[in-house]
Write a protein that binds this ligand. Structure first.
Ligand code: FDA
Length: 510
């Protein structure tokens, strides 16, 4: 006889992940770790189709993901030819010739009332303090190609506040996570999915059928099939919200090149006349790509700009990738959750895609279905994911909108375009008194918004008047002490290359 406190029978016992790119293997590894062998997890991927093969720069939250998995940082960096990332350098964005760094972590010191940067702003407006760069340990270290991990035994020193992410080889990362997942019992099926079957009663997905007729039946399907969106769109016709009027770039050409003499601890993003070029330094090579808008530039022209701006010889043929910026209308539809490119795409200007994969998985775990699928769970998950994407989207649009460039029709369009009301409000608030508010669990912090708004050339009309409650010479001294201390800390740090050689040097790839 069934006891009252017996667990409800679980109908989501069989999880099928479709796709073995970054999204597929991140989902497999996190679910395998969380579900402790109590569920069956099968991942289907096709070597014939392959993966997108780009996606190599991250933001610091990936360390949280690795922590959930229990991954050792040194093993992970050795296995993926990984390097450290302290921020992103933006070149030619506000105007041609401009340069600024968006460094992760804090600006100055944490305060509980008026933000530190407001004191800096007052003195900056009077032309009395050094550039913002000198108040971020991450940025100051980038400028000298220095790196060290945060010194956790020195919480009050800038050295305790360093915040790092990684650059890594996307293919090696998927392999690393595959090994991890298979060791925890994930079953991998190789083969191309020829068709998908659904339950006639409710339209839920029943199975995927490979070209060799092998059928894989599941309860919960995770669509990690990339831009194909095999389950969420081709099968369930969920619909897509197109954001290309705000983010008009629609193509990228990618190419790896040989390493440069200096190993920089940051991603570089250089704006060109119809888009921008990324530079991601790994231990064994540099990843490069040119993201552009095909309405304003041909693929040939974009490729020749890319090749003319490499640090070393190209190591492969340039490869084009086409995309449409936007997001699936429901990230979770019926018994299918879309993760990765099948869920949506925002260009990699601030390296948000892998983070969004991570968020999809974390939110799926907290909304994990039990007996059947509850509409309330699904709808809340969709709302949460829609916020995650919209927050990243607004931050990226800022880089295009807040520009003074007028050297091409592309930049004219970006400067003049309408933007979401949420971003309009943020920009207006900053323009008045330099105020920045972080909504809910919004991804980017105040220091991030500050560095990008300031770096793109937005200037507030004034500062928070409460700053004037402290004598000017006192705040001037305070600012000078903070920047001086940051400078001393950076002087004492090893170079990024020396740190890697000592900590996590990888073998040259075979
Ligand atoms: P991906 O396409 O990699 O994988 C799809 C999988 O589905 C493959 O295994 C394929 O075989 C499988 N599949 C498809 N159809 C199938 C079928 N019929 N049968 C069987 N299997 C099938 N992100 C970031 O955080 N930082 C970055 O720097 C960048 N840079 C970047 C640059 C460019 C140009 C783009 C387009 C994207 C990025 N990204 C990024 C995003 C990042 O690349 C992306 O989020 C991850 O690689 C995840 O990709 P997916 O796993 O979703 O798809």
């Amino acid at each position: 006889m069934k006891q009252d406190n017996a667990p409800v029978s679980n109908k989501c016992q069989r999880i099928v992940i479709v796709g073995g790119g970054t999204a597929g293997w991140m989902s497999a590894s996190a679910l395998a770790k969380t579900l402790k062998g109590q569920y069956s997890i099968t991942l289907v991927e096709s070597d014939q189709i392959g993966t997108i093969g780009v996606g190599e720069a991250t933001i610091p939250m990936i360390r949280h993901f690795n922590h959930i998995l229990g991954v050792n940082e040194v093993d992970f960096l050795r296995a993926t030819q990984g390097t450290f990332k302290l921020g992103i350098e933006f070149v030619n964005w506000g105007q041609i010739g401009d340069r600024y760094i968006h460094g992760f972590g804090t600006i100055g010191q944490e305060t509980f009332t008026v933000d530190f940067y407001q004191y800096w702003l007052k003195h900056f407006m009077a032309g009395k303090v050094p550039a913002l760069d000198h108040f971020s340990i991450n940025t100051a270290a980038c400028l000298q190609n220095k790196f060290i991990t945060a010194q956790t035994d020195m919480p009050n020193s800038p050295l305790g506040q360093i915040s790092h992410a990684y650059h890594f080889d996307a293919g090696m990362y998927a392999k690393f996570l595959r090994q991890y997942s298979e060791a925890l019992g994930v079953v991998r099926r190789e083969g191309k999915i020829a068709r998908v079957t659904t339950h006639p009663a409710d339209g839920h997905i029943r199975s995927v059928v490979l070209e060799n007729d092998e059928e894989i039946v599941g309860d919960l399907f995770i669509d990690c099939s990339g831009f194909r969106a095999l389950l969420i769109e081709e099968t369930l016709h969920t619909g897509y919200e197109d954001w290309s009027h705000w983010l008009p770039c629609d193509t990228a050409v990618a190419v790896p090149c040989a390493s440069a003499p200096e190993l920089t601890p940051y991603t570089r993003s250089t704006a060109h006349s119809a888009g921008w070029q990324w530079r991601i330094p790994l231990q064994h090579r540099i990843g490069n790509g040119h993201v552009f808008c095909s309405k304003y530039m041909s693929e040939d022209e974009a490729t020749s700009i890319l090749l003319a701006n490499l640090d070393g010889v190209a190591l492969a043929e340039p490869r084009p990738v086409r995309f449409k910026t936007g997001m699936r209308q429901q990230a979770w539809n019926k018994n299918c959750v879309a993760v990765g490119l099948s869920c949506g795409f925002i260009e990699p200007l601030e390296s948000t895609s892998i983070h969004l994969i991570q968020q999809s998985i974390i939110h799926l775990i907290s909304h994990f279905p039990s007996a059947g699928f509850d509409a309330a769970d699904r709808s809340h998950y969709n709302e949460v994911m829609s916020n995650e994407y919209a927050w990243a989207r607004d931050f990226i649009i800022l880089h295009y909108k807040a520009t003074e460039r007028s050297d091409s029709p592309f930049w004219d369009y970006c400067r003049e375009m309408d933007i979401p009301a949420s971003l309009q409000q943020k920009m207006a608030l900053f323009r008045s008194h330099g105020r920045i508010y972080r909504e809910g669990n919004e991804l980017f912090t105040k220091p991030s918004w500050l560095q990008v708004m300031h770096g793109q050339g937005l200037r507030p009309r004034s500062y928070n008047p409460l700053v004037d409650l402290i004598r000017e010479d006192e705040t001037q001294q305070y600012l000078s002490d903070v920047s001086g201390l940051i400078g001393k800390c950076v002087d004492a740090m090893p170079t990024h290359a020396a740190f890697i050689a000592d900590y996590c040097a990888a073998q040259p790839p075979m």
